[in-house]
Design a protein around this ligand. Structure first.
Ligand code: ADE
Length: 419
């Protein structure tokens, strides 16, 4: 009998979810090392944690580690479609961590769940997209006063926090986890690259080889997606607004052009910009018959799926995470995962091995905020470079990879100028 306030799909999935969490943990050696230390040092003893992150087996591992460090935490889903219901059940039944979220919840239910995170009156916050932090500031500024700090997982969330910092409205310090090298260079590039292709393949099971894949956005996520699409045999087109990134894409061998032009050429479209309507209605209407459209950015407005509805005669569910929009023009557009994060909705998100580093940064970011309580300003922080180096060194060790060290003579050479 579960005596815990929570809102999940089915507690009977708990044993299956426990297997999943244990499976993820096997590939998270860095997080495990941190857990061992947290058990001894109890950095979060007596602190209430609200985490608003995708409810996955990897996130579950992070929550278990935070609890091992003394945190009294709850987890709410950061997206209405991405929750792994078995994992949610296992967290409640086997790990004693309340979860609010289930796959397929309505936007209203999703918002009500985020409210639970606020009602928990957190001392520390783990956020993914800045939803708890922004709601707390807007609706409960009084409660925000006691918050020691928050960590933020995504580029999108950091953009929102930076806007709050600039405005002078941010009420506590925040660590931008995505700014750590051991987060964005690996999670955004190799994680999003692989999991987005995984999502497209699970949703549609189409052959990528020979197709024209249009990637909107050539940040670290876009780079990863372009690289993996190319590796599967696609002809890749990149759309960008930043001349430096566009140049980088061109020199990598991709065709670079505006989306209005790419719209006519692409077979598969993937948006990863963090912005709104980058694939807009006018582009969608210009596309060839039978194209596939997906998003791997945090919010579901990168592809203007809502706007497309007005031009649609019928929406037919073909398979899980695949809908056919039959247009008035007679053409069809296949929308993946309702325009929400294709990698987390149609697949399982990034694999544990890469989330190991992202969530090591989350755990250490939390520790940084608590250790420096009262000493930090209400602004965005990046974890010190030594933390990145330590996480990378631990990861390499776990992979059985050794690297060279500088000799004394080389160190002296690097510190001299009169060679
Ligand atoms: N974002 C991308 N992949 C993820 C995962 N496996 N867990 C949580 N958040 C994610």
């Amino acid at each position: 009998m579960i005596m815990m306030n929570c809102d999940i799909k089915d507690i009977n999935l708990a044993d299956q979810g426990k297997n999943q969490i244990e499976w993820a943990f096997k590939d998270m050696p860095v997080l495990k090392r941190i857990q061992e230390r947290f058990i001894k040092e109890q950095p979060f003893k007596g602190l209430k944690l609200s985490a608003c992150v995708h409810v996955t087996k990897e996130t579950a591992a992070l929550c278990v580690v935070m609890k091992a460090g003394g945190a009294n935490g709850i987890l709410v889903a950061s997206n209405p479609l991405s929750t792994q219901d078995d994992v949610a059940a296992a967290l409640v039944k086997h790990y004693g961590i309340p979860v609010f979220g289930f796959a397929g919840e309505s936007v209203e239910q999703y918002k009500a769940h985020v409210q639970e995170a606020l009602k928990h009156e957190p001392d520390i916050i783990i956020d993914d997209g800045c939803d708890i932090v922004s709601m707390l500031h807007a609706q409960f500024p009084q409660a925000a006063k006691k918050v020691i700090g928050s960590t933020e997982e995504t580029t999108t969330g950091i953009t929102r926090l930076a806007a709050m910092e600039k405005e002078g409205t941010l009420m506590f310090p925040a660590v931008g986890v995505n700014s750590s090298m051991t987060k964005h260079l690996y999670d955004n590039r190799y994680g999003t690259g692989q999991s987005s292709m995984d999502g497209i393949l699970r949703a549609a099971n189409i052959l990528i080889a020979g197709k024209t894949v249009v990637i909107s956005g050539y940040g670290w996520c876009g780079k990863g997606c372009a690289m993996r699409a190319k590796a599967l045999g696609a002809n890749v087109i990149v759309c960008e607004i930043d001349p430096l990134k566009a140049l980088e894409a061109a020199m990598e061998g991709y065709r670079v052009m505006p989306i209005a032009q790419a719209a006519k050429e692409g077979d598969i479209f993937l948006a990863v910009t963090g912005n709104k309507h980058v694939v807009d209605v006018a582009h969608l209407l210009e596309m060839k018959d039978g194209v596939f459209v997906a998003n791997a950015g945090h919010f579901d407005w990168e592809v203007n799926v809502g706007g497309l509805r007005a031009h649609t005669t019928e929406i037919k569910q073909i398979r899980p995470s695949l809908e056919e929009y039959k247009l008035k023009s007679g053409k069809s557009v296949y929308v993946l995962a309702e325009g929400r994060l294709v990698n987390l909705v149609a697949a399982e998100g990034h694999p544990a091995s890469v989330m190991d580093m992202s969530f090591a940064n989350q755990a250490l970011g939390m520790e940084f905020l608590v250790k420096n309580r009262g000493k930090l300003e209400n602004r965005l922080y990046t974890l010190p470079a030594e933390v990145d180096e330590e996480i990378a060194a631990l990861k390499l060790k776990s992979m059985g990879i050794e690297i060279d060290t500088l000799t004394q003579a080389q160190r002296e050479y690097l510190n001299s100028w009169d060679v």
